[in-house]
Design a protein around this ligand. Structure first.
Ligand SMILES: Nc1nc2c(c(=O)[nH]1)N[C@H]1C(S)=C(S)[C@@H](COP(=O)(O)OP(=O)(O)OC[C@H]3O[C@@H](n4cnc5c(=O)[nH]c(N)nc54)[C@H](O)[C@@H]3O)O[C@H]1N2
Ligand SMILES: Nc1nc2c(c(=O)[nH]1)N[C@H]1C(S)=C(S)[C@@H](COP(=O)(O)OP(=O)(O)OC[C@H]3O[C@@H](n4cnc5c(=O)[nH]c(N)nc54)[C@H](O)[C@@H]3O)O[C@H]1N2
Ligand code: SF4
Ligand SMILES: [Mo]
Length: 684
């Protein structure tokens, strides 16, 4: 479409804010993004785009967009400089730190947004490998390490992402996950309302287990509201009962080991204990059990409400065990596993080794924490800096000051570093402390194919997008930054036969998709290629000894520990994603009356006991710290639960309540859900 004096264009792309990868149509007028809408012609996202996706233009034109390269000057001010000057200085300082203090003295934190920049993530990983440091961190240890752990212990590989068979599941259970807002956890739910409605239609059942009446619960056929942190008790009871009546014993005999150990492990849990710990009514518990017996298969998935809690590993294990007992894993009508379209193309043929690489010895300052998945748990980073083990840190697509526990302590530690290099698109609180700020291209300025996230998609398929607008204001691609830095440090980032001065993003994407199921050219032409909607049987075929391991000893021991542990008293903190921002991203984009707010949800009866009104300033205190927020009375919340969103800065930062010392011994995960808190009204 042409208008006099300007060029209005509509371009198709896909969103790279979260893993749902919805197809978008972006209207540009010259350099300006004018509007963004969902692409109705897309077979997977079907015109759906959430408020975040429709904000990619606001992100591109963000008033605090990080432009070009900046360097902290002698007076302590972050000052714009040329890219060469900035990267020369950074390379020299990284080399200096490694020469003086050893390879491990340079740390790398690559987090959420890095995974949505495929070329940046790939070449960033090569750069980090070249640094040869053990101090590698990611956001996985902040939200979900129980998932790869349980997959490894039960199926011999950590890279399995179970997803509901949307077409055939007749009984689906969502435990501590709210796909209508989050669009999934470790799998993607584009157009979630339609998908959940479909799952709940024509006599099919959707059960939601969540202390809050979430947007997903409101579409469910049944909703159970247990006390936070008690899912494991309910699940143990369900496993016990299903094993005695309702399991596919013929299947278990041939395809599982550890049945007797599992039976013994869950034996101490009975219905009275479930009522006591969860606060659920007998009829609710029996209702769910009856549903499990009524349906041949079950499809159950968990989210951060479970994976951030103290019982994360045990609850995840029992969720797997329940489904395996009902022959529902890797089976139509239950859960399927996306084998990937691009990089994991041959996973079905490969006999897996442990996917969860062990780094061996733990981080020196946190010998209590494991060193799994080729990284240290994020909880260890602050100690590693304080003890001088990490003296330089490179952050890509993460905002640790917003996402880690104990933000004040972390800010002091980050401020003490010799080097803090941050690759971001916004001037975040972490960028404010940077010695080197590196302004990256935003999603609209980049071409992409989901290389790591193809396994999250709701079908075996992939997407392609070109850049929608040219990079502006000195923004550089992260892959270029890593290459340019690598060249100065003798680290090979791009392959040797690539000319970095002339190579295009498409050429790099074509190389990285060379072994994909379909040719890159086809992806580029069609934009969305679906190879098959779902696929079954390949995980079972690759199980060690041909069997699911039903009772991993480490998890049995954790269950025994939980049974001995007294329930947490009083009010309990629970986490919550909000619709219009993604972690710390977009919390301040667009019109102020259309933004999320850091509201603390409280049950009206709990509020009345405390003399707390609606919309009133409130302090939330844990044994560790406190935050300030605004109360919102919500009678959809279970009594005793206090729902606090994350991603907010300053006084509203939920990490102020979280203790970095309280970590799961198997994964190093901090406990961010189910933390005991008190509330106190503040004067307006
Ligand atoms: N809009 C938006 N989408 C996002 C994000 C975002 O910030 N905003 N973040 C993205 C990221 S990084 C992730 S990891 C995913 C997370 O995706 P989800 O795991 O779906 O995250 P939430 O939407 O917070 O849902 C967690 C639910 O667990 C419930 N819950 C809390 N404690 C318990 C408990 O003890 N038991 C049970 N059964 N439930 C409990 C909470 O009430 C909440 O409804 O979302 C992604 N998508
Ligand atoms: N207490 C508590 N803590 C939590 C949570 C909780 O619920 N409670 N949630 C946890 C969860 S689920 C997660 S995943 C972590 C998140 O932890 P992080 O990943 O550290 O946090 P994000 O805010 O997602 O950081 C993403 C950063 O990437 C930047 N960015 C966005 N797009 C781009 C891009 O295209 N290129 C580049 N280079 N940068 C970009 C953003 O501006 C932002 O600064 O936090 C966790 N922390
Ligand atoms: S659901 Fe995720 S991918 Fe889809 S538009 Fe929203 S942020 Fe983008
Ligand atoms: Mo996350």
């Amino acid at each position: 479409m042409w208008r006099w004096g300007c060029e209005v264009q509509e371009q198709r792309t896909f969103c790279r804010i979260c893993s749902a990868a919805c197809a978008l149509v972006v209207t540009t007028d010259g350099e300006r993004v004018v509007s963004v809408r969902g692409d109705v012609d897309d077979a997977t996202s079907r015109g759906y785009a959430c408020s975040k996706g429709r904000s990619v233009g606001a992100l591109h034109h963000h008033p605090r967009r990080l432009d070009g390269a900046s360097l902290r000057d002698a007076g302590g001010t972050l000052t714009p400089v040329g890219w060469d000057e900035c990267l020369d200085d950074l390379a020299e300082r990284i080399a200096g730190v490694q020469a003086a203090h050893g390879r491990d003295a340079v740390g790398v934190y690559m987090a959420t947004a890095s995974t949505f920049d495929s070329l940046g993530a790939r070449y960033g990983a090569r750069f980090a490998q070249g640094l040869a440091t053990r101090n590698r961190y990611s956001a996985v240890t902040l939200d979900s390490p129980s998932k790869p752990l349980v997959a490894e212990l039960m199926a011999g590989r950590g890279d399995l992402l179970p997803a509901v068979d949307l077409e055939r599941a007749t009984l689906s259970i969502f435990i501590g996950v709210n796909p209508v807002v989050s669009h999934g956890h470790f799998n993607a739910f584009p157009d979630p309302v339609t998908r959940i409605r479909h799952l709940a239609s024509e006599g099919r059942e959707v059960w939601v287990i969540d202390p809050r009446s979430t947007e997903t619960a409101q579409l469910a056929t049944w909703h159970l509201q247990p006390r936070p942190g008690t899912d494991w008790v309910l699940l143990a009871h369900l496993v016990r009962e299903i094993l005695s009546d309702g399991a596919e014993h013929g299947y278990l005999d041939g395809k599982a080991s550890g049945l007797d150990e599992l039976r013994r492990a869950v034996a101490p849990v009975d219905r009275a204990m479930v009522v006591d710990r969860t606060g659920l009514a007998e009829a609710e518990i029996d209702g769910l059990l009856a549903a499990l017996r009524r349906h041949e298969r079950v499809a159950a998935q968990t989210g951060t409400g479970v994976s951030m809690g103290v019982a994360a590993n045990v609850a995840e294990w029992l969720t797997w065990a329940l489904q395996i007992a009902k022959k529902s894993y890797d089976q139509p009508g239950g859960m399927w596993f996306n084998p990937g379209f691009v990089t994991c193309h041959d996973r079905r043929k490969v006999t897996p080794g442990p996917a969860v690489a062990d780094l061996g010895t733990p981080a020196p300052s946190r010998p209590d924490l494991p060193a799994r998945m080729g990284e240290f748990p994020s909880a260890a980073l602050v100690d590693q800096i304080e003890e001088g083990e990490v003296r330089a840190l490179i952050v890509f697509g993460g905002n640790p000051l917003s996402s880690f526990p104990e933000p004040e302590r972390l800010a002091a530690a980050l401020g003490s570093l010799e080097v803090l290099a941050v690759l971001d698109v916004i001037e975040t609180e972490t960028v404010e402390l940077a010695s080197h700020a590196l302004g990256c291209t935003d999603p609209l300025e980049r071409a992409d194919v989901p290389l790591l996230l193809d396994q999250f998609l709701p079908e075996v398929g992939s997407r392609y997008t070109p850049a929608v607008v040219a990079p502006s204001a000195g923004h550089r691609h992260a892959w270029q930054i890593f290459h340019d830095l690598g060249a100065r440090l003798d680290i090979e980032v791009l392959p040797a036969d690539v000319d970095p001065a002339t190579v295009t993003e498409d050429e790099l994407l074509a190389r990285l998709t060379a072994r994909a199921r379909r040719p890159f050219e086809e992806l580029r032409e069609k934009r969305l290629v679906v190879d098959e909607p779902s696929t079954f049987g390949w995980v079972e075929a690759s199980l060690p000894d041909g069997r699911w391991r039903l009772a991993p000893p480490d998890l049995v021991a954790q269950l025994e520990g939980l049974l001995e542990r007294a329930p947490d008293p009083g009010l309990l903190l629970i986490p919550r994603r909000q619709p219009r921002h993604m972690n710390s991203l977009l919390r301040d984009a667009g019109a102020s009356d259309r933004r999320d707010r850091p509201e603390v949800l409280v049950h009206p009866l709990d509020a009345a006991e405390l003399g707390l009104g609606d919309g009133q300033p409130v302090a939330v205190r844990s044994g560790h710290g406190h935050l300030h927020g605004v109360s919102r009375l919500d009678d959809g919340l279970r009594r005793g639960a206090v729902s606090v969103p994350h991603g907010w800065p300053g006084d509203a930062h939920v990490g102020r309540l979280i203790c970095g010392a309280e970590c799961d011994p198997l994964t190093g995960m901090v406990r961010s859900s189910g933390v005991p808190v008190t509330l106190e009204p503040l004067d307006a």
